[in-house]
Design a binder for this molecule. Structure first.
Ligand code: ASC
Length: 153
C-alpha cells in the first residue's frame, strides 16, 4: 500500500488502525467470535495466577486471590452471549456440537458461573490456600468438562 498523498496516507493509516482493532470483525458472526475469545482470554489471564497459587508456584496472597476470583466470577457470565447462531467462522476452536447441544452447553456454562461464584465467595474470608483448593478444583473441572466436549484442540 502506497502512502504518498495526504489522502492515500490517511487510507493507509485507517487500514492499519482498523486491522489493529479487528477489521476482520466486519460481520456479526466475526464480532461474536472476537467477543467470546476476548472474554475467554481475560478469564484465563485471571484464572492462571489462581492456578499458580494453588500449585504453590506463586505465593498465596488472599487479597489478590479474592480480586482475581471475583473477576473470573463476573466474567463467567459473559461468553455465552458470544455463541450466536452461525458463528462458527474464521479462526475458532468452537465445535459444531455447541449449537447441536445448546441446552447442554448453556448448562455447562451455568455450572462454571455457579462454581466460580462460590470460589469468589470463599475467597473473601479464606486466609490460607488449602481452604480454597477444593472449590478451585471445581471451577477448573467446569472449564475442562466444557472444553473436552466443545473445544477443538
Ligand atoms: C485455564 C485455561 C483453561 C482452564 C483449564 C482448567 O487456565 O486456560 O483452559 O484453565 O485448564 O481445567
Amino acid at each position: 500500500m502506497k502512502c504518498q498523498t495526504a489522502l492515500s496516507c490517511a487510507a493507509v493509516l485507517f487500514t492499519v488502525t482498523a486491522a489493529a482493532h479487528g477489521a476482520a470483525e466486519s460481520t456479526p458472526a466475526e464480532r461474536a467470535v472476537g467477543y467470546r475469545q476476548s472474554v475467554f482470554h481475560v478469564i484465563a489471564g485471571n484464572f492462571g495466577p489462581l492456578a499458580g497459587m494453588v500449585k504453590g508456584e506463586i505465593p498465596f496472597d488472599a487479597d489478590t486471590f479474592a480480586v482475581r476470583a471475583e473477576r473470573v466470577a463476573f466474567l463467567s457470565a459473559l461468553p455465552l452471549e458470544g455463541f450466536i447462531p452461525n458463528s462458527r467462522v474464521g479462526k475458532t476452536e468452537a465445535k459444531a456440537e455447541i449449537w447441536d447441544n445448546m441446552d447442554d452447553f448453556k448448562a455447562k456454562m451455568e455450572t462454571f458461573q455457579t462454581e466460580a461464584g462460590k470460589l469468589a465467595q470463599a475467597a473473601k474470608t479464606a486466609s490460607a490456600i488449602d481452604a480454597l483448593k477444593p472449590q478451585f478444583g471445581k471451577v477448573g473441572q467446569s472449564c475442562k468438562d466444557c472444553h473436552d466436549k466443545y473445544k477443538e484442540d
